[in-house]
Design a protein around this ligand. Structure first.
Ligand code: EPU
Length: 335
């Protein structure tokens, strides 16, 4: 389906009311292939938008928004305890996690209740509670926006990093992901080291996929605002990995600063902590605010514009730089 001059309010979790010149939705991969083959890429301006849960629009979009709606979760193969399943890019992320957990397949449970659609999970390498989706992605199927050719990317070809992949870098704006293949397991290696996950599990009695999912959901619900109630896009910034010298300097004044080891071995400081130390937690300027329970989340209390939310984020960034000498990097994409 192709729509013209359509409001994007329902297509972004900040709830920003901007318009797109065109919006093209695809339920079937072949239709998308046909669409891109027919058009000269050099004459088009495209933006692929899944659940819109990691994007901030600061004005109308003068181009075509591509919205994948490919559905379906399927079992693709089995080898010992490993089960490969596929999911269409338009499947709601948490529906996939729920289905995996209900079928006794481990690997996605720590990623429960993350907003957005399956396609974006690979772009962003979504992560939570010690797990990252890259750990279970086998391959990613995508269509070239240039000429409609189909390509499958192996896990290593996706060049995953912390909230990062090839689709955010050299192939940014070049591919539409249509399907992802995940390698799950009936005997998964559980990831329980984050925060108090283990202790909370022991209170529930047994360690099971369903109980991990239950705890992750209740932790998220306690800390993070629901975008259906208050507009937001989860963490606005990435947690910075800081050089030893800066960390030592901060520790002189703040010996209790929380520090986590990044997978690459670097020291990661929670951006939420830095922002809270600068006094921003719970602050509000008009309808743009900093969430009262998680300072890393910028919220739209109603009618904030994208520019107002961006301005607030820049003020936060400046004060963290002034106070700690750390430049925060956005996780949210600004359009
Ligand atoms: N903290 C504060 N003040 C705050 C928020 C956090 O001091 O306002 C400190 C606390 O010490 C807390 C620590 O930061 O123990 C970590 O906080 P939290 O567990 O909430 O995690 P985070 O590092 O702020 C990251 C991800 C989240 C993910 C959680 C849980 C990033 C950018 N964010 O947040 O991902 O859910 O860990 O694993 O890596 C997202 O990407 O949108 C997202 C929500």
């Amino acid at each position: 389906m192709i729509y013209e001059k359509i409001s994007l309010k329902k297509f972004n979790t900040f709830g920003i009311n901007v318009k797109a010149d065109h919006l093209a939705t695809f339920k079937i991969e072949d239709n998308a292939i046909h669409f891109f083959r027919q058009r000269k890429a050099s004459e088009q301006k495209y933006l692929v938008l899944g659940g819109g849960s990691n994007i901030l629009f600061t004005g109308d979009y003068h181009g075509t928004i591509i919205h994948p709606e490919m559905e379906g979760i399927a079992m693709e193969g089995k080898k010992g305890n490993d089960i490969v399943i596929s999911a269409g890019a338009g499947v709601l992320w948490d529906k996939l996690v729920e289905s995996a957990v209900n079928n006794g397949l481990g690997g996605l449970e720590n990623l429960s209740l993350i907003h957005g659609h399956v396609g974006a999970a690979a772009v962003q390498n979504i992560g939570a509670y010690g797990a990252e989706v890259k750990d279970v992605i086998e391959r990613v199927r995508a269509i070239s926006l240039d000429d409609g050719t189909v390509r499958e990317f192996s896990n290593s070809e996706c060049k995953f990093g912390y909230r990062d992949s090839i689709f955010k870098n050299e192939l940014k704006g070049k591919y539409l992901i249509t399907k992802i293949y995940f390698r799950l397991s009936t005997q998964p290696k559980l990831c329980l080291e984050y925060g108090s996950l283990k202790e909370e599990l022991s209170l529930l009695g047994s360690i099971s996929l369903a109980n991990i999912r239950k705890i992750v959901i209740s932790t998220r619900q306690a800390k993070l605002p629901d975008p259906d109630q208050i507009g937001n896009a989860g963490s606005f910034f990435k947690n910075p990995i800081v050089p030893d010298a800066i960390l030592k300097e901060i520790q002189k004044k703040h010996p209790k600063i929380p520090v986590f080891k990044d997978r690459s071995g670097g020291d990661k400081i929670p951006a939420g902590w830095l922002i809270e130390q600068c006094g921003w937690k719970g602050k509000r300027i008009g309808d743009a605010g900093v969430h009262e329970r998680q300072a890393l989340v910028i919220v739209n209390y109603g009618n904030a514009t994208g520019v107002e939310l961006l301005d607030l984020s820049e003020k936060i960034r400046k004060s963290v730089a002034d106070n700690f000498g750390i430049k925060l990097e956005r996780e949210v994409e600004v359009i």
